[in-house]
Design a protein around this ligand. Structure first.
Ligand code: RAT
Ligand code: ZN
Length: 414
């Protein structure tokens, strides 16, 4: 058992963090069997909605003209305005360069045509292997929506499962648009009236059980607005209490709530048009207290909510805080949040998920986050050495495994 001294500490921690495989517990990428749903390559990277939101701050094209362009033309436009006419210093733009650099491509040439030629020479299967290896990711959890007309047929037909791509049953359409969802359920043969009476509850329970059986999800998930409250007499609240939580309990899986998104703040921006709001964390306390037999994975979008959420996690062992979501997935805030979580929760949280929508993005999201996690951890071990504690390489490996995969696995299985 080799003890680490102060001077070797930072390097050792970094090496261990870089070489420990990640289980990426929330993404929007798909297994290659889902065909066009799996996005990858330079044009998808440049038209990622995190980047597009930044484009419209500086580019003159009216929204509708931009959306009418082909994907390649949209990517050209992004490249010109965000990479050529100004330096790509934002986190989302920097991410594109991190990916290209990791792939061994020449970013200094600023040659979009050459980059396109590189991606055109690849097959998606080969490239998927390469990306997982470069990212140091062992598996990802997808976001799987039975209401999505492109995705549903793949599940109904069945496909050979790739263990690198695990499922998550995402139910936003059910919870956020009950009447629309009720119409679809009826079409699919579930006996639903729309009044959320006992017959509807039974039908929704059956629907959820059917999809759990089909997808074998790691968890059920929903994103919720900052105004989310429970109980509040809404169809969303009723569905959560009477259907989702019992179904998650029966299936033995957690319910993931992602709280704080204000959808379509600027609808012209489409996927890039969502904003955030400060939520009331007491709703999380209430969920955990009222439903002790359920497990809750929770992330929040507002920086302002992060401290209160950590304190909630100290109160409830059925609450697992995860990830630095979307607008807080930037280095300054990842560092602040990770440091605070470690100080308040020790190692009992899931520090990050990628939220990648384009396969290649798992490379940059994990490279950037690993680097911050290593810095924070090294500081914390240094504090332990200062207090006379010994830290071994084995200790560090064990701790990093917990953070990058074990905590999520254990929480899902408990
Ligand atoms: O991070 C994102 O890409 C967002 O558009 C959302 O998808 C968010 O992560 C979500 O899962 O709702
Ligand atoms: Zn997401």
């Amino acid at each position: 058992m080799s003890q680490i001294n102060a001077s070797a500490l930072a390097d050792t921690v970094r090496k261990i963090v870089d070489s420990t495989p990640v289980l990426d517990m929330h993404t929007h990428i798909y297994a290659p069997a889902f065909g066009p749903l799996l996005l990858w390559g330079i044009d998808d990277l440049l038209t990622y909605h995190y980047v597009v939101a930044e484009l419209f701050r500086v580019a003159p094209l009216p929204y509708e003209k931009y959306w009418a362009l082909s994907k390649a033309d949209q990517a050209d436009y992004v490249w010109k305005h965000l990479f050529v006419e100004r330096s790509p210093v934002s986190e989302a733009c920097r991410g594109v360069l991190t990916i290209l650099h990791a792939l061994g491509l020449d970013t200094s040439a600023r040659d979009l045509a050459a980059l396109r030629r590189y991606f055109a020479s690849l097959t998606v299967e080969q490239y998927t292997d390469r990306v997982f290896e470069l990212a140091g990711v062992s598996s990802v959890v997808m976001t799987n929506d039975p209401f999505d007309d492109l995705e549903r047929p793949v599940w109904e037909k069945g496909y050979p499962r790739d263990p690198r791509f695990q499922a998550a049953l995402r139910i936003d359409p059910l919870l956020n648009d009950w009447l629309g969802a009720a119409r679809r359920l009826k079409e699919w043969g579930y006996d639903v009236r729309g009044d959320l009476g006992p017959r509807d509850v039974d039908a929704v329970l059956r629907f959820l059980a059917d999809w759990v059986k089909r997808m074998q999800p790691r968890y059920m998930a929903v994103s919720l607005p900052p105004t989310f409250a429970l109980p509040d007499g809404s169809s969303c609240g009723t569905l959560i209490e009477k259907c989702v939580l019992p179904a998650a309990r029966d299936a033995g899986i957690p319910f993931a709530t992602m709280i704080g998104v204000r959808r379509a703040v600027n609808p012209h921006l489409r996927l890039a048009g969502d904003g955030l709001g400060r939520a009331d964390v007491q709703v999380v306390d209430r969920l955990c207290t009222r439903f002790p037999d359920n497990r809750f994975l929770v992330t929040m979008l507002g920086r302002e909510n992060q401290h209160e959420l950590c304190v909630s996690a100290r109160k409830h062992s059925n609450l697992m805080v995860f990830g630095c979501w979307w607008f807080v997935n930037v280095p300054s805030l990842i560092e602040e949040i990770t440091r605070m979580r470690m100080e308040l929760l020790g190692l009992s949280f899931v520090p990050q998920h990628s939220d990648a929508r384009v396969l290649d993005q798992i490379i940059y999201k994990w490279s950037h986050s690993r680097s911050i996690l290593a810095d924070v951890l090294a500081d914390k071990y240094r504090d332990l050495l200062d207090a006379g504690w010994s830290v071994t390489e084995q200790d560090i490996r064990r701790d990093v495994r917990m953070l990058l995969s074990g905590n999520f696995e254990r929480f899902c299985e408990s």
